[in-house]
Design a binder for this molecule. Structure first.
Ligand SMILES: [Zn+2]
Length: 313
């Protein structure tokens, strides 16, 4: 068999990890999933990741005729990509884990790129997903929380301290609901999938009702559901207009659980944003295309980018 050049792509979430071996043209040569085992503590999670990566390296040797040329890893929380350190991740209990160094050592010294999960997913959406080759875009996944990634000329802006793009913590309702970040009235407390689930559970009286149920009820003409839904969309439009005013993106890519509502979300959202802008140019507002594989595909892009910029020895 002719050896196939490839990289390891690994996306670490709170509970599960997605991995792939990816060829230079983007072909997925192998895919795998594994639990992080976070109930066993932060050190055990690091060891699980290192073991998973080593197994992926071995898979390449056995099935693809050679080991991976580089690895890209996306992790949650605060990431210092330049130092290759996972600075802080509340859901994994991490503080200052030198992930790039640990992975490099375990993988026999191949180059390793470390990225922030949402920024890495945004890189994939911008380059090969919904924003395909968009020069300036904003990626906003609406999930348990709301995060963001600012795409600029083929890369993602991380900010001076790794906090850029945190649109979920723009205060859109001063004095509003308390947020985990310590502020009140953050966008994330009003327009995340979790926030819509909470609001619809309260309004409908069904504790198990969630955001997807709310969207369904909106589609069937339920007035209470419509009220809950439009309140979230108003908050989201307020947050997006702040971001649009600062960044002037060409494309806004909306992902996460709430985006699965399709035009039930996008039609009123485009209207709400359009009603708010005055001098700002309206960006295209489009659904994400890569779903929950964005982080893993983006990790692969980080790895290939690393090889492309490496100075030959
Ligand atoms: Zn907040």
């Amino acid at each position: 068999m002719k050896p196939v050049k490839h990289v390891i792509a690994l996306d670490v979430g709170g509970t599960g990890m997605k991995a792939a071996l990816i060829a230079e043209d983007g072909t997925l040569l192998h895919e795998a999933r594994r639990a992080t085992g976070r109930e066993r503590g932060p050190e055990a999670v690091v060891e699980t990741i290192l073991g998973f990566a080593a197994d992926l390296l071995a898979y390449g040797r056995e099935h693809l005729g050679r080991t991976a040329s580089a690895a890209g890893v996306a992790v949650p929380g605060i990431v210092d990509a330049e130092r290759g350190t996972a600075v802080y991740a509340a859901n994994l209990g991490w503080r200052d884990v030198p992930m790039r160094e640990l992975l490099g050592a375990r993988l026999g010294g191949i180059p390793v790129a470390l990225g922030h999960d949402v920024r890495t997913g945004g890189l994939a959406e911008g380059r090969i997903g919904a924003g395909r080759d968009a020069d300036r875009f904003l990626f906003v996944p609406l999930g348990t929380g709301i995060a963001g990634a600012i795409g600029l000329a083929g890369r993602i802006e991380a900010g001076a301290h790794g906090y850029a793009g945190e649109i979920g913590h723009i205060v859109v309702r001063p004095g509003g609901p308390a947020c985990g970040c310590g502020q009140h009235g953050c966008l994330e407390t009003l327009a995340s999938a979790a926030a819509v689930s909470r609001a619809w559970a309260a309004a409908s009286g069904d504790p198990d009702a969630d955001a997807a149920h709310c969207a369904k009820a909106v589609e069937s003409g339920d007035a209470r559901a419509r009220e809950v839904w439009l309140a979230a969309i108003d908050a989201l439009a307020d947050g997006l207009v702040t971001a649009i005013t600062l960044l002037d993106p060409r494309t806004v890519i909306i992902g996460g659980g709430l985006a699965e509502a399709g035009e039930t979300l996008f039609t009123p959202l485009r209207t709400a944003v359009g009603e708010r802008v005055t001098f700002q140019r309206l960006p295209e507002i489009v659904p994400a295309a890569l779903g929950d594989t964005a982080g893993c595909l983006g990790a692969g892009l980080l790895a290939w980018d690393l090889l492309a910029t490496e100075v030959p020895a």
